[in-house]
Design a protein around this ligand. Sequence first.
Ligand code: ARG
Length: 464
Amino acid sequence: MTVKKEARLRGRFKEEIDSSVLSYVASLPFDWRLYKYDIEGSIAHAEMLAHQKIISPVEFRKIKDGLLAILKEIETVRFPFKTELQDIHMNIEGRLFEIIGDTAGKLHTARSRNDQVALDIRLFARASAMQSVKALQQLNAALVGIAGKNINVIMPGYTHLQQAQPVLFAHHMLAYFQMFSRDIERYYDCLVRINVLPLGSGALAGVPYPVDREFVAVKLGFDDVSENSIDAVSDRDFIIEFEAVASITMMHLSRLAEELIIWSTREFGFIEMGDAYSTSSSIMPQKKNPDVAELARGKSGRVYGHLLGMLAVMKGLPLAYNSDLQEDKEGFFDTIDTLLSSLQVMSGLVGSLKINPSRMKSAMNSYILATDVADYLVKKGLSFREAHGVVSRLVSYAAEANKELDELDLKEYKKFSPLFGQDVRNISLQKSIEARMSYGGTASQQVKKSLERAKGIVRSYETK
Ligand code: ARG
């Protein structure tokens, strides 16, 4: 079956395009999302053409008014999308012909769809990076909030998911604040390479008109103009970079999700998730499922997938543009959608958490203070390695006797080292915390200072 379609691009063909081919090559079902950027870019381009006297001021006005009318049509869901026009660019141009007549044909002067689509996707990527930063800032505000509200709560710190040393719960939460702060930097960092104007590269070789690319760059808020036309239309490394940054963010989010899932089990009972952020089981009435966290963890997989997918799309492409590049969009759009929704619900989830300090405390036994006992012996003159040996024998003795360290009497201690004295009784969870006052450590003083710095950073988000 063939389709009667716009003849504009098919002048040299004798046959109409086959309908199966049309639906195969059409990107409209997904690239319609670029409409705003396409129109914004076209207006800036037309203005430059007028400024350079390549088109007349009257023609520019007609084109601009037509494009603004189209913008309104799309936003009020009145735009007649036509799949046979393949993509959003041809749809908008086609509609411009219908609205303003033949002047529409001047818009594509000194432009190709290749630099046009590169422009649109860069504008989209720029907006997405800013949205991601905002969403991360919200999450960080939630983390700082929960850390601040529970500043004195002690929990077991883990290595290998085995209890290691006590830490402040706030310290643990602020660890995530650091990860997400670095993610924010990463979006700003890739913005430097996203925010470069490709328009003016033409199909691949540049354009034979006296264009002013700087003019367009300023209009559209680009910091730079691409240096090489072949590169500008053919690379999508900025999308790959964005997807890599998004993958790192999702990895951090997934770790947080995993911890919240573990902590909300009956076995741990460290936290309870808010009802609004939990789901129930269709069969087991007692259950409160951590779906939000599970899905944030699960969705990290699809974002990694998009990164790998795009790397694979690009790896064998000769310069310059190839239609394979059209495959950049769905994965990219899904990356943004997944990232933003995950950040948003996880911020809400963190804000909804109820902390259970007594469960965190009762989950620990005295063995978590074994390092402190070793440090005690070091202060009495033993080398750390020797002290480590002494305490490891002491702990295994206590474990065999089924006793806590503070249930052993001094005589038993002394069997392992004559250096033990009455003051070994002073070792406590709180003392263990306060002893770790190295910069970045878990001592209350350090964590409070760190929290203040974090609060300052969160306050500065509003001004950015
Ligand atoms: N829909 C195309 C894309 O997403 C637009 C560019 C088409 N260019 C071309 N030479 N066929 O990449």
